[in-house]
Design a binder for this molecule. Structure first.
Ligand code: IVH
Length: 672
């Protein structure tokens, strides 16, 4: 095609995009369905990728992800709205239960009771009631901060506005799902791709009278902040929700045993098509609130709940190309570029092929007709190849042995399984591999790390291409004069970005460590390191140390993590950029969970089996009370707690060093 023709086609699409965008966001009256709109966006972006000269200020590639309507005030949730980890099969459920048994130190045959609740595929909302009155309703947002959509929520009939029941707490956040029933959706399915989008779209209308015309429903299932509420279990709480006037799910059930969970899952999966709203799995919650409390949380999800997903939606499509993507830790992931298809209301044009072994095992080739699956919020993947449709001249896909940056790749040898990894990696040369560097920068500015507002992946890529950034410190030295003159930028957007970046120069130590993207150091491990090291200087000083002996003391940090940290500090480029960041940032000392607990400034270690309690639980009790766990007997240890069958060597060493040796009972006494 001639350049002028390509440009013409592109501009036509851009104009259409602008028009539809206006109808959708400004007039709240979409002229095409969401999927058609998505497809148009994809086509524009594909054209830009193919023909680098195509550019437009109003291209969808300049809008950073999905930004919620700016019309709503942002409000912090008093208690965070968490997400759930997923299970897909019996094995996942068994592992989930095993972890719980271990944590609570329960016997292998102890029965665990669950509240099994269908997972409605809608939009979650948190409703605050004060003295029986509905006073504020928030969307989930990022879990920490939601949008104030009170007026829109007030239009939903299922949401009680006043509650006069005696045992209704004087202040409580009731949480549940806003959704649209399938029969109601049919009446408006020309405007939205699926019921979930319809519910979300309706809730975000600027004008609540528009929301009121769409028959949204609400089902309640949990609570956030609650003043003086004393129920024993989730099922009792659910019964009270009903008493208070909320709708609950009629398929909620109390269930014991994995086998029965599976039976219920099979039953509801079959029943799904007859239920008048979309469910995408079943949520299992440990029923007993006391056990929930003991189990607590990991970073974003409770330990006491899991979502058991239903099997995925699938469609058939064709592989147009196989691209190799390099992640921030150097993993080479093959991604199939497929002919866009609609899978359960979402347009899919990329599907992961996981790794090299998977391609070899399934003999996946460019040009193949394949079945692609998508389960809820999980990345779509290629399930199988239709060999009958394969052309005679099709060629095996040769997996590159070099990273696109030019470095030779390697496969790690796993000492435990005695096998080579399925994943091929660019050896972790950090910022020396250009492709990894871009991914590392994206990670650096991401929500869980520096959380720089408006600095999305597309901007990182764009600034990288324009040579505005190469290392993390460059983010803090941007040339805004240059930026404001870039296509798609202006005075206001450049100064907004500057403000967003400046405001993040002050960062907590754990977030800083996490932001560096060191392999095997995720959010949890970064927190462990920060709590142990306390100050940024202690962290930087790790680079000077020949041995990282001290890190061995951190309970939860093992050889793999230590090796990775050492490797990180050995790299000259890493040392340089750390040195630069040190000059720019103000890194806040780690905040200890509770600095005034009963075990303040005391260190503990366990040996032997504890009674009715796992090591993990004992550890979290110590940390909740401001104490610290270390994993070696040395001079820094204050107390060695002995359980059943302790290690004599540890006791002897403790005696030698004059360390106090106490029993589990004596330790519990210290906690009153
Ligand atoms: S409990 C910490 N219960 O699933 C507990 N969530 O991935 C988290 N959901 O954002 C919520 N039905 O939108 C819970 N019966 C149910 C649910 C449910 C649907 C959704 C909710 C949440 C997401 C978690």
């Amino acid at each position: 095609m001639k350049i002028s023709k390509i440009e013409k086609e592109y501009l036509k699409k851009i104009k259409l995009f602008q028009e539809y965008n206006k109808y959708y966001y400004e007039k709240n009256n979409p002229k095409i369905t969401d999927s058609e709109f998505d497809l148009l966006k994809k086509e524009i972006i594909e054209l830009e990728k193919k023909h680098k000269f195509l550019k437009s200020k109003i291209s969808p590639s300049n809008t950073v992800g999905f930004t919620p309507s700016k019309n709503f005030k942002k409000v912090k949730h008093k208690i965070q709205m968490l997400s759930l980890s997923n299970a897909f099969n019996e094995e996942d459920l068994e592992n989930f239960e095993k972890k719980i048994r271990n944590f609570l130190s329960l016997k292998e045959d102890a029965e665990i009771e669950y509240s099994a609740e269908p997972k409605i595929d809608g939009i979650s909302a948190s409703l605050t009631y004060k003295d029986g009155k509905f006073v504020q309703g928030l969307s989930r947002g990022d879990g920490k901060e939601g949008e104030d959509i009170t007026e829109n929520l007030k239009t939903i009939k299922d949401i009680p506005k006043v509650i006069n029941e005696k045992n209704f707490p004087s202040e409580i956040d009731i949480r549940g799902e806003v959704f649209i029933q399938n029969d109601d959706f049919k009446k408006i399915d020309d405007k939205f791709a699926n019921p979930r989008n319809a519910a979300s779209g309706s809730l975000r209308q600027k004008d609540p009278t528009v929301t009121s015309k769409i028959p949204l429903k609400f089902i309640a299932y949990t609570f956030g902040f609650a003043k003086k509420m004393h129920f024993q279990s989730q099922s009792i709480f659910l019964n009270n929700l009903k008493k208070w006037g909320f709708k609950t799910n009629e398929y909620n059930k109390k269930i014991k045993g994995i086998k029965n969970l599976i039976l219920n899952h099979e039953y509801l999966e079959k029943k799904r098509k007859d239920i008048n709203f979309d469910i995408d799995g079943i949520v299992y919650k440990i029923n007993d609130f006391e056990l929930q409390k003991r189990l607590g949380y990991v970073t974003n999800a409770p330990r006491w709940a899991i979502a058991h997903k239903f099997s995925a939606n699938s469609s058939v499509s064709k592989i147009l190309d196989i691209e190799i993507q390099v992640g921030r830790t150097g993993a080479l992931t093959p991604v199939a570029k497929i002919k866009p298809v609609n899978i359960g209301g979402v347009i899919v044009s990329n599907a992961t092929l996981h790794n090299e072994d998977e391609i070899v095992r399934k003999d996946i080739r460019v040009g193949d007709t394949v079945t692609v699956e998508r389960a809820g919020d999980v990345i779509p993947h290629v399930v199988s190849v239709d060999l009958k449709k394969r052309k005679k001249d099709s060629k095996k896909f040769i997996f590159p042995t070099k990273c696109p940056c030019g470095f030779e790749t390697t496969k790690d040898f796993n000492e435990v399984t005695k096998k080579f990894d399925a994943v091929r990696r660019c050896p972790d040369r950090g910022f020396d591999c250009d492709i990894m560097a871009i991914e590392k920068l994206k990670h650096f500015v991401s929500k869980e790390a520096f959380n720089i507002d408006g600095f999305g992946k597309k901007i990182v890529e764009n600034f990288w291409k324009l040579k505005l950034i190469k290392f993390p410190q460059d983010i803090f030295k941007l040339d805004y004069k240059k930026i404001k003159n870039l296509d798609g930028w202006g005075n206001l957007s450049a100064s907004n970005l500057k403000y967003a970046i400046e405001s993040k120069k002050n960062i907590p130590l754990d977030k800083f460590i996490y932001s560096l993207g060191i392999r095997h150091i995720g959010q949890e491990n970064a927190k462990l390191l920060a709590r142990h090291l306390k100050t940024a200087n202690n962290f930087f000083n790790l680079s000077l140390k020949k041995d990282t002996h001290e890190l061995k003391n951190i309970d939860g940090i093992g050889d793999t993590q230590i090796k990775s940290i050492v490797n990180f500090f050995l790299n000259k480029t890493n040392q340089n950029f750390l040195h630069e960041l040190k000059k720019i940032l103000e890194i806040k000392d780690a905040i200890l969970l509770n600095q005034s607990g009963l075990l303040k400034n005391k260190t503990f270690m366990f040996t032997g089996k504890l009674e009715n309690m796992s090591r993990a639980e004992a550890k979290s009790i110590i940390e909740e009370n401001s104490g610290k766990i270390i994993s070696n007997v040395n001079k820094k240890l204050d107390y060695l707690i002995i359980g059943e069958k302790p290690t004599t060597k540890k006791i002897n060493l403790a005696k030698e060093l004059n360390i106090k040796i106490i029993t589990q009972k004596e330790w519990i006494k210290m906690l009153n």
